[in-house]
Write a protein that binds this ligand. Structure first.
Ligand SMILES: NC(=O)c1ccc[n+]([C@@H]2O[C@H](COP(=O)([O-])OP(=O)(O)OC[C@H]3O[C@@H](n4cnc5c(N)ncnc54)[C@H](O)[C@@H]3O)[C@@H](O)[C@H]2O)c1
Length: 246
């Protein structure tokens, strides 16, 4: 069953990992997809070429730049005219213990993950308000709820994004627009490839289901929240973590 037939969806950071999994799943479910990358144009073009369906597009968006976020969304709206769904997926880590963390690394993670999510939501909202319909999905993290040593900057931005999503949900519910989060646990991507094999094995033993997740596992929850199946769900977080945090 195709759950997003006729819908127009924007996914930030769709060039690899979880974002690429979401882009592919949206297209498989019949959506017209726009996705963004920060520096890997060639990889993005390759993904674009292989997507099922027609009318998809890719463009550059630097989450830390007001101008870049605004101009990428203008470009998407010029082609798509409106948006039915926005997935705030782009995110970075710059892990360090708090005593050793530079203010630059704290600020950078904040600028991309939280401030960038705010900018993207703000600029897309105008078009969605006109249509009086739509769904925002913000990709947060299990560490927003559990905390994690070495990730004070990252976990604070993800917890901030969850609070942002709830406040946004309050603001836009009466206009027919929803805002929810998907909080992945440990998912196999470039972000987690930074971990050593030993660290990955140790992590897997903490997960009740016993394995690290895949981008597809996260994408399935996102598709549900973008689709009309979830039309009475807003201000919530779906945890996709194999039971790591219950
Ligand atoms: N992999 C995991 O285990 C995991 C767990 C929990 C949450 N997450 C979250 O899922 C999302 C995707 O993570 P991933 O594992 O696929 O990471 P990834 O590093 O593989 O991909 C990150 C994406 O964000 C984009 N991006 C990076 N910096 C950017 C910037 N400055 N401006 C615009 N785009 C930028 C990249 O182009 C890329 O497409 C992130 O928000 C991440 O925090 C990942």
């Amino acid at each position: 069953m195709k759950l997003l037939e006729g819908k127009k969806i924007l996914v930030t950071g769709g060039s690899r990992g979880i974002g690429a999994g979401i882009v592919e799943a949206c297209a498989e479910h019949g959506a017209q997809v726009a996705f963004t990358y920060s520096n890997n144009r060639d990889l993005s073009e390759k993904i674009l070429k292989n997507l099922p369906g027609n009318g998809h597009m890719v463009t550059e968006m630097k989450m830390e730049s007001n101008e870049s976020v605004q101009s990428a969304i203008d470009e998407v709206l010029e082609k798509f005219k409106n948006l039915d769904g926005v997935v705030n997926n782009a995110g970075i880590t710059k892990d360090q213990l708090v005593l050793r963390m530079s203010t630059e690394d704290f600020d950078k993670v904040y600028e991309v993950n939280l401030r960038g999510g705010f900018l993207c939501s703000k600029y897309c909202l105008k078009a969605m308000l006109k249509a009086r319909a739509g769904s925002f999905v913000h990709i947060t993290s299990v560490v927003a709820q559990t905390g994690n040593a070495g990730q004070t900057n990252y976990s604070a931005t993800k917890a901030g994004l969850e609070a942002f999503s709830k406040s946004l949900a309050h603001e836009i519910a009466s206009r027919g627009i929803r805002s929810n989060c998907v909080a992945p646990g440990f998912i196999q991507t470039d972000m987690t490839d930074k971990l050593t094999e030993e660290q990955k094995t140790a992590l897997a033993t903490q997960i009740p289901q016993g394995t690290i997740g895949s981008p597809k596992d996260v994408a399935n929850a996102v598709i549900f929240l973008l689709s009309d199946l979830s039309k009475y769900i807003t201000g919530q977080t779906i945890n996709v973590n194999g039971g790591l945090y219950m």
